[in-house]
Design a protein around this ligand. Structure first.
Ligand code: ADP
Ligand code: MG
Length: 323
């Protein structure tokens, strides 16, 4: 397959977004100005750092890098619209594998009505995939990490630590792909639906959980200059994981990455509405703590465990080698 055939094979038959003027096929894509704000996010995944082809298909890899981008858009309260896809692939990679990557991204793109409007495909030593995604945010929405206020409810979606636990199962050679933990790792579900159904609520401080909830909470506390207090007993933990010992469980739940859930804060009045909307739309959401006025010079995040308030460590998930 030559380059022309390749590009033709990944090009969409038609585009869905009405603001798109030119998609794939020229030196650049053209999007007409719209009345909403545009938000741009990007994420890169590197073979044997962020994923391994030993336990993921090319399609899983495409899906996952797309999910990471969609999670960022969700955390900005955006409606996904467009994306660009850059692939660096080793020389011996088959064309069909590259197309599988593209198809993996399209699985999520189709779900959220997005258009693939460009990218680049080049040779290199390792497989590296970058997605850049564009979404629209309604004027006047506040979704920044700096939008938390004293007195807010702290909440998070889904269950914590499932992705890292799934990776651990994979490393222990449990490769039953139907396991919900392994699914959370290789095919995470970005929370675009949360962004959509809460788009009438003006202020929600939001962050997505890519490095563990402890690290994300510190980012919020620091950006908003507040203290945050959470309660261990309120954290959403899958019942099967509760069989782990306390130390392991805390590592997964507080400090492990890539759940692609959302953590955020909102006013007590808005919380009542958000909880109800999520319930009606089958999105798991839990109230896990409170935003407090900053006590010391630096913002603090504390966790209440057995009625004792402890400072949460400010550590986050870092990728090691997956080789
Ligand atoms: P140029 O040489 O002008 O950079 P290319 O020949 O690299 O253009 O690409 C031609 C068209 O195909 C462009 O619209 C580009 O955005 C698109 N394209 C190339 N690779 C990809 C890819 N991996 N995913 C999506 N679009 C791609
Ligand atoms: Mg090019």
């Amino acid at each position: 397959m030559n380059e022309f055939e390749f590009i033709n094979s990944i090009k969409q038959q038609y585009y869905r977004q009405s603001t798109l003027i030119k998609g794939i096929g020229d030196d650049g894509a053209i999007i007409s100005g719209s009345s909403d704000r545009l938000v741009v996010v990007t994420d890169t995944m590197v073979e044997n750092v962020h994923f391994s082809l030993k336990y993921m298909t090319y399609s899983d890899v495409g899906y996952r890098v797309m999910a990471a981008n969609l999670s960022d858009l969700a955390a900005m309260g955006c409606k996904p619209q467009f994306y660009l896809l850059n692939i660096v692939a080793p020389k011996n990679t088959q064309n069909s594998s590259i197309i599988e990557i593209v198809n993996g991204t399209k699985e999520l793109a189709n779900r959220y009505n997005m258009d693939l409007i460009g990218g680049d495909t080049v040779e290199g030593e390792h497989l590296v995939i970058t997605v850049t995604a564009i979404g629209s945010q309604k004027h006047g929405l506040k979704r920044l990490r700096s939008d938390a206020l004293e007195g807010d409810v702290v909440f998070c979606t889904g269950y914590l630590g499932k992705s890292a636990y799934g990776l651990e199962l994979i490393k222990n050679n449990q490769i039953d792909k139907t396991s919900e933990f392994i699914q959370s790792h290789i095919r995470p579900n970005p929370r675009c639906d949360f962004a959509k159904i809460t788009s009438n609520i003006k202020r929600i401080c939001l962050n997505d959980i890519s490095d563990g909830i402890a690290s994300e909470l510190y980012e919020i506390a620091e950006a908003s200059d507040v203290d945050i207090e959470i309660d261990w007993d309120e954290l959403p933990i899958n019942h099967q994981m509760k069989q782990l010992n306390q130390h392991q469980l805390m590592e997964y739940v507080l400090y492990s990455g890539e759940d692609f859930e959302l953590v955020g804060t909102c006013s007590a009045v808005d919380w009542i509405q958000i909880e109800k909307i999520c319930l009606n739309n089958n999105i798991n959401i839990s109230k896990i703590g409170k935003v407090r006025r900053k006590k010391d010079a630096k913002p603090n995040v504390t966790i209440n465990i057995n009625e004792k308030l402890q400072t949460l460590e400010r550590k986050g998930f870092r990728h090691g080698s997956l080789d």
